[in-house]
Design a protein around this ligand. Structure first.
Ligand code: HEC
Length: 171
């Protein structure tokens, strides 16, 4: 056997072993990857969903006849804030609702500031005055005191504050 022949045989053997070894490694690696990544990553729902999201087309094309109704815009209902009604003060109520009669004595109404016209009325007690101002009062005067002076939009408290003011001004 020539030396060349010997070398060639040896060379072929080594190459053959290496090829077999490479194939073995390759098969082993594929098997390993299948048992780990394949099962635990690529086939999980999260992974699939993530991929589907990444490769999702930017827009969608509808051919005539297969249009889809656009999604209805979401209308947010914003609750309107309740209007803040601030109560008027006693003098404010008096000036807007009571002054018309009580500054001049229309219909025999007691004039605010005329102490003499108020002494007997104040003597009844403040609660009676409140009651008469809120619910009305038909006394000796020519005309009756209308409930809340005709201003039914006033709150009871606003009327009471006005009475307090009128009494304070007349005693
Ligand atoms: C349309 C005219 C008129 C208006 C407006 C009016 N009053 Fe009088 N008020 C009278 C008359 C008239 C009397 C007297 C009634 C009587 O003694 O018979 C009176 C009496 C009163 C008395 C005395 C009640 C008593 O027991 O003696 C009070 C208190 C009073 N008014 C408060 C008010 C207040 C508060 C307002 C405003 C919210 C008001 N009035 C608006 C006509 C009015």
């Amino acid at each position: 056997m020539s030396r060349d022949q010997k070398f060639f045989d040896m060379y072929s053997l080594v190459i053959g072993v290496l090829v077999v070894f490479t194939i073995f490694i390759l098969v082993l690696a594929m098997e390993m990857s299948e048992r780990t990544q394949g099962v635990f990553t690529r086939e999980t729902d999260e992974y699939k969903a993530a991929v589907a999201e990444r490769i999702r087309p930017v827009g969608q094309v509808y051919l005539p006849g297969e249009e889809q109704a656009a999604e209805a815009p979401v209308v947010e209902v914003v609750a309107e804030p309740e209007p803040v009604v601030t109560a008027m003060t006693g003098p404010q109520v008096y000036n807007t609702a009571c002054l018309a009669c009580h500054s001049t004595g229309v219909g025999g109404s007691p004039v605010v500031g005329e102490t003499a016209q108020w002494t007997d009325r104040i003597a009844q007690g403040i609660d009676v005055l409140y009651d008469h101002a809120i619910n009305g009062f038909d006394g000796d005067a020519a005309t009756p005191m209308l409930p809340k002076g005709g201003r039914m939009d006033l709150s009871d408290q606003e009327v009471r504050d006005a009475v307090d003011y009128m009494v304070a001004e007349s005693s």
